[in-house]
Design a protein around this ligand. Structure first.
Ligand SMILES: Nc1ncnc2c1ncn2[C@@H]1O[C@H](COP(=O)(O)OP(=O)(O)OP(=O)(O)O)[C@@H](O)[C@H]1O
Ligand SMILES: [Mg+2]
Length: 315
């Protein structure tokens, strides 16, 4: 009998399944509620339940790419799903999430918002930036927001506004201010550090928005907990060394403390452990020179290659 006590109870049976099935499971999207992510999620829930006031709290969740911002708002959206009232025939969308288009001009932005509201704006491209059209889109969006009972508006990746001209950026910030004043629901934005700086250039928005940063991982308790959780759920048949100090250091080194990279790295090693039959991850696996990987930071990869060349030269 295989000893699977290193796995959490609900995850042991999966470890006995065929390799292909286990690998497919490892590669699936999943949610792991690490403390910082959970704090943001709880804050969002508190904001959603906030009684209506003239000035509603707004939040900016910021951090470098891959830190898990989109994953948090996706998870939150899934927990507060759309509904449909059969008797009135009206959809209810408590949390409206808009992924900002690559160049969020006002017309593009309202086009996306209308789509998120189910207005099916397939002719969106036809939205010229003409004032009448944008004005119509704005009014329609506003009416629909009330109709569907929207209680929160989430704008994911507001850093896309940085791809716009300075004038368009100002218009976008004005739009944000208008929505915050007009809708009287909390607005949540996600973006990078540059987006935060841009948001702060608008005094009214700076006043309204609280900001929370998803910082890089460090060698501390939350990292240990994350790796412990991963060790307990990944369907490997033997116990891994992920939480050992050397493993933690190597993981931080290879990932640059980036959430997405940590997940990709550990998942890649887990798949490899199944394919080779090793069935567990050790510190040696993290030293492997052939770790390919978008999960490994380019900086680290370059350093490792340099080291390998130096080693070869000294032989
Ligand atoms: N809580 C989580 N649980 C499981 N996986 C996660 C979690 N957070 C992040 N990830 C992993 O990290 C990857 C990057 O996360 P995400 O796309 O949310 O980053 P982001 O901060 O939105 O990046 P960007 O600024 O580039 O949009 C995800 O695809 C997922 O694999
Ligand atoms: Mg994102």
């Amino acid at each position: 009998m295989t000893d699977l006590t290193h796995l959490a109870e609900g995850y042991r049976e999966r470890a006995l399944r065929p390799d292909t099935e286990r690998i497919a499971w490892i590669r699936q999207d999943r949610w792991l509620g690490f403390p910082k992510a959970e704090t943001v999620r709880t804050t969002l829930q508190t904001m959603l339940d906030y009684p209506t006031r003239t000035r509603m709290p707004c939040l900016l969740v910021y951090g470098q790419t891959g830190m898990g911002k989109t994953r948090i708002v996706e998870r939150f959206g899934a927990e507060n799903p759309r509904g449909f009232d059969d008797s009135t025939g009206v959809a209810s969308i408590p949390v409206v999430t808009v992924q900002l288009p690559p160049q969020p001009t006002e017309g593009e932005f309202y086009g996306e918002l209308l789509e998120a509201l189910g207005a099916g704006y397939s002719g969106r491209v036809a939205w010229s930036e003409g004032r009448t059209e944008v004005g119509r889109a704005r009014h329609l969006a506003r009416r629909l927001m009330t109709q569907v009972g929207a209680r929160m508006l989430i704008l994911d990746e507001i850093n896309h506004m940085l791809a716009c001209t300075a004038r368009q950026q100002r218009i976008f910030l004005n739009t944000l201010r208008y929505l915050a004043n007009d809708l009287r629901i909390p607005i949540v934005c996600t973006g990078n550090h540059e987006a935060r700086a841009a948001l702060l250039t608008d005094a009214a928005l700076a006043e309204r928005f609280d900001a929370v940063e998803l910082t890089r991982w460090q060698d501390d308790e939350p990292l240990k907990l994350l790796l412990m959780t991963m060790s307990a759920i990944l369907p490997l048949r033997a116990s891994s060394e992920l939480t050992d100090e050397r493993c933690r250091q190597a993981i931080l080194d290879l990932s640059d403390g980036n959430t997405g990279r940590i997940f990709r790295l550990v998942e890649t090693l887990a798949v490899r452990a199944i394919e080779t039959g090793a069935e567990h991850i050790t510190v040696r696996d993290l030293d492997a020179a052939d770790l390919i990987l978008p999960s490994v930071s380019m900086k680290t990869l370059a350093r490792r290659r340099g080291q390998a060349r130096a080693d070869a030269a000294s032989v």
